[in-house]
Design a protein around this ligand. Structure first.
Ligand code: ASP
Length: 286
């Protein structure tokens, strides 16, 4: 089944932002769906969806990213194509509007899977990607959270898709966690932990405390549960239960099985999420 599912990060959210953030994930689904509907590749669909949320200041990715303890933006993003197992990831980058497109540039160049910092940022020029002054990504809200040392929220964004040819893809993008030290990389940059896609296993994107998610290789762990017979909703719930039991962490995850069944789960207070499949209209979850 052709399908796209999107999440806008697991955590707690201000009641005032709830409607606009639900609207954001619905718009992201529509952007991804437009690619799928035109017969496009699942990888292009997840990039289109994630880029919408990177451009939306209410999500912690691209514009609106949280700040490091030093008061700067450093973003992580990764993506993977399930048909070829090609992957691209960037870590601790700034000055680019859409880190997910930078991760795509790494994938397209095909030399590395993972590039960090300034050498990764330099790919933006070569691939015609939108750049900006690092401060242009900082919103008033991000500054306020940094000044008030607010507990990290989780507004990382991610998407998974299955296209008309049955190809799967996943992408994740984040500003990380508030008050992280410069140079810290989270799971959103790590293939297997925050992002994974393999047409024979499924696809997934995770959100939550990166250190715990990396230790459990959360998305890959969830997809292995599917390989052992779980359905996508069951694998999503079980992988999060495992994360809580083994590492005491709460998080969120979206999954697709190889046929396109959607699984979405969270153990946090909230996680805006939405999906659309060939059988119906966009469904926005609470
Ligand atoms: N997973 C992200 C990170 O650790 C943050 C989040 O999703 O809340 O960088």
């Amino acid at each position: 089944m052709t399908v796209i599912a999107v999440h806008g990060g697991a955590g707690a959210e201000s009641p005032a932002d709830r409607p606009a953030r639900r609207d954001g994930v619905a718009r992201a689904v529509e952007a991804g769906w437009a690619v799928l509907d035109a017969g496009g590749h699942a990888l292009d669909a997840v990039i289109a969806a994630v880029a919408v949320l990177e451009d939306d200041p209410l999500f912690n990715a691209g514009l609106g990213s949280v700040l490091t303890v030093e008061g700067v933006v450093e973003m992580d993003a990764s993506l993977m194509a399930g048909d070829t197992l090609q992957a691209g990831a960037v870590g601790a980058v700034t000055g680019v509007r859409n880190p997910v497109r930078l991760a795509r540039a790494v994938l397209d160049e095909g030399r590395e899977v993972f590039l960090v910092g300034e050498p990764a940022e330099r790919l933006a020029g070569r691939h015609g990607l939108a750049t900006c002054a690092p401060d242009a990504l900082i919103t008033e809200e991000a500054r306020r959270r940094w000044r008030e040392r607010l507990a990290p929220g989780g507004e990382t964004v991610g998407a998974v898709a299955r296209d008309t040819a049955g190809r799967l893809a996943a992408a994740t993008s984040t500003g990380g966690v508030t008050g992280k030290r410069r140079g810290r990389l989270g799971d959103s940059a790590v293939i297997g932990a925050g992002t994974y896609a393999d047409d024979t296993l499924g696809a997934g994107s995770a959100t939550g405390p990166g250190e715990a998610i990396i230790r459990l290789c959360l998305v890959r762990t969830a997809l292995e549960l599917i390989a052992r017979g779980a359905d996508a909703p069951g694998a999503a719930a079980e992988s999060l239960a495992l994360l809580q039991r083994r590492l005491g962490a709460t998080a969120g995850i979206i999954l697709l099985d190889p046929r396109g069944q959607v699984g979405m789960a969270r153990t946090t207070e909230s996680m805006p999420a939405a999906y659309r499949s060939a059988t119906g209209a966009t469904v926005v979850l609470d």
